[in-house]
Structures are given as C-alpha cells and as structure tokens.
Design a protein around this ligand. Structure first.
Ligand code: XMP
Length: 318
C-alpha cells in the first residue's frame, strides 16, 4: 500500500543512490511541487542541493521575501535572486499574451542559467514535475518546470538543461504530493496554497506591463486574498486572483470626476484546472472587498466579479 512515509523513505534512498555526492540545482517557485521536491532532496543530500528562487517581479505582494524566509527556515540551501528589473525591461511594451509568456520564460531561463553557472561542478537538475505534468507536458499549476518545458525550443538549449535530470515526484499526483509534504513537516499553509501561474501577475495585467500596474494589482490581489483567508473562504476556493483591465471608467470622488482603472476579481472551484466554476462568494464579502479596494488602491475606481465558467472562459484572462 502506498503511504507517504514509505514514499519518503524509498525516494530518499533512491535519490542517494542516483546522485551520490554530486551537486544538484533546483528552481523553487513558491509552489507546492517544487517545495516538496526540494525538501525531499534536502533530506537525501543536504547541502549538495542548491536551490534558486527567482523574483520575476510578478509575484504577489511581499511574496518573494516571505517565501524566501520560509525556505531558509526549513533549512534549505537557497539563494534568492531578485531579477524584477530584468523581467520588467524584457516585457516593456509587449501586449500580446503569448509574447509576454515567451518574454517571461526566456528571462527566467537566462537568469536561472546565470545562477546555475555559479555553482561549481553541478551535474544534476532537479524538477518538481508531478505525474499530470508528465502526461500534459505543460503544468497546470505553473512553476519553473512548466516555464522551461514550454520554452525549451527557443534559441538552443541553455547549459542547465543539459544537466542530468532528477524528478522525485514524477510518479505521483497533487494530493499525494501534499500528503508527502505534510509527512515531511512542511507548513500546512504552504501546502494548501492556491495554484499560481508561472508568468504570475504578468498575465493578469491585460495589455502592457509597467511597474506601477504591478504595484496596483499587488495591492488589489492582497486585499482580495487576505479577505478570503479572514472570512474562512480561502480553502473553499481552488484558485483566486485579480485582473487589472485595460479599461478606464468614469467615477466620482467628492466633487471630482475620476477616470480610472477597473479590476476584475475571479475565484473558481475546480479539481484539476481543466474545467472550473465561478464561486458563489457571499455578497457581504464582495461588498467589503470592493469597498476596501476602491478606498485603498489609488488608481482603481471600479471592481467587478467574474461569473464565467470554464469552458468557455479560461481561469486566467490571458
Ligand atoms: P486557464 O487560464 O488555461 O488556466 O484556464 C488553467 C490553469 O493553468 C494556470 N496557467 C498557467 N500556468 N503558465 C503556468 O505555469 C502559464 O502560462 C499559465 N497559464 C495558465 C492557471 O493559473 C490555472 O491554474
């Protein structure tokens, strides 16, 4: 019978046998899969595991620092690399969703390759690939591995992709990954996190991306997600987030007419991201959240709630 305990024991042994005293590099995304993979590898080979956590500047508010602290607290050998500016300049003026994804994917590959080159004699690349990724080849839940896979045909293989591959989770499903993570003592809050796309807020800012738009959306998203947690709604939702629309609309503030941005909130129920239903969030919650966003986030004067199901509407707007 499969149990998380026996999975951990067997996998740790298998990793030790496979990589011996070699060095391994792994990209952490802040998500469940890469985190569980890292903790497993850390248990097996300790400091020979070199983790890299890249800030692409499109993460949630405070996420980079908070998650980096968490990783360090877990005893991982992790390097945080703040490459926000590099991603922002790569994205400058790009409006097309697929071109944005490519720009973000390519910037990630460049940054990760630079960092991997700094690790002397590294011979293995570890990935948090899980079984559904193996079947689908593009992860529904995001993360560096998904980014790499969908972009490995751009401009020849970067050096880190010539490394030998170790994928300790590639035979198990998401719920099993969570159970393994719990057995390894990983914070339940981290294990229960919603999926977040690899390109991050980059595909939730419709149209071109600027630092100011990222800041606005981070504030909106923070109010929404925090509210879901405070109201005990977070765990009822498969995934939630906010979209910054390329629309200005008229509002009034005091005697003044405003002409400011509109944001859309989206929360969906799903089991695998392939199909999804919008969540019937309480009106009181939506009311409070909308007021708070409009009062606190400068530049936003209108909030709408997305009541579209997938299909045909995708979870993300881009
Ligand atoms: P859609 O929008 O296609 O999203 O209904 C389904 C799931 O996939 C995530 N998603 C992505 N993840 N890179 C990723 O790593 C991407 O480019 C990407 N696009 C969508 C989305 O957040 C949802 O969980």
């Amino acid at each position: 019978d499969w149990t998380p305990q026996s999975f951990v024991e067997e996998t740790v042994e298998a990793i030790q046998e496979k990589v011996g005293n070699d060095k391994v590099v792994l990209g952490l995304s802040g998500g469940v899969d890469s985190t569980v993979a890292a903790v497993l590898l850390n248990k097996a080979i300790g400091k020979n595991l070199y983790c890299i956590f890249v800030n692409n500047g499109l993460l949630r508010k405070n996420e980079f620092q908070n998650v980096l602290n968490q990783y360090e607290g877990m005893g991982l050998n992790v390097k945080g690399v703040d490459a926000s500016d590099r991603f922002l300049s790569a994205l400058k003026g790009i409006e097309d969703p697929e071109k944005k994804r490519k720009a973000i994917g390519n910037a990630f590959i460049e940054v990760f390759d630079d960092e991997a080159h700094k690790i002397e004699d590294v011979t293995w690349l570890a990935q948090g690939t899980i079984y559904p990724d193996v079947i689908e080849s593009v992860s529904a839940t995001g993360g560096p591995s998904a980014t790499i896979k969908s972009h490995h045909n751009v401009g020849g293989l970067p050096d880190f992709m010539k490394l030998k591959i170790v994928e300790p989770l590639k035979a198990i499903f998401k719920d099993e990954v969570r159970r393994v993570g719990a057995t390894l003592g990983i914070d339940p809050e981290l294990l229960g996190r919603h999926p977040f796309p690899g390109p991050g807020l980059g595909i939730r800012i419709l149209g071109d991306i600027t630092a100011e738009k990222v800041r606005m959306l981070q504030e909106v998203d923070y109010i929404f997600i925090n509210g879901l947690k405070e109201w005990g709604l977070y765990d009822r939702v498969w995934q939630a987030g906010a979209m910054l629309l390329p629309v200005n609309s008229v509002g009034v503030m005091g005697d003044e007419r405003t002409y400011e941005k509109c944001v859309a909130l989206r929360a969906v129920e799903s089991t695998d991201g392939m199909t999804a239903d919008w969540v019937n969030l309480p009106y009181e919650f939506l009311q409070k959240t909308s007021n708070e966003i409009i009062n606190k986030v400068k530049g936003v004067n209108r909030v709408v709630y997305d009541i579209s199901s997938k299909p045909p509407a995708t979870i993300e707007w881009e």
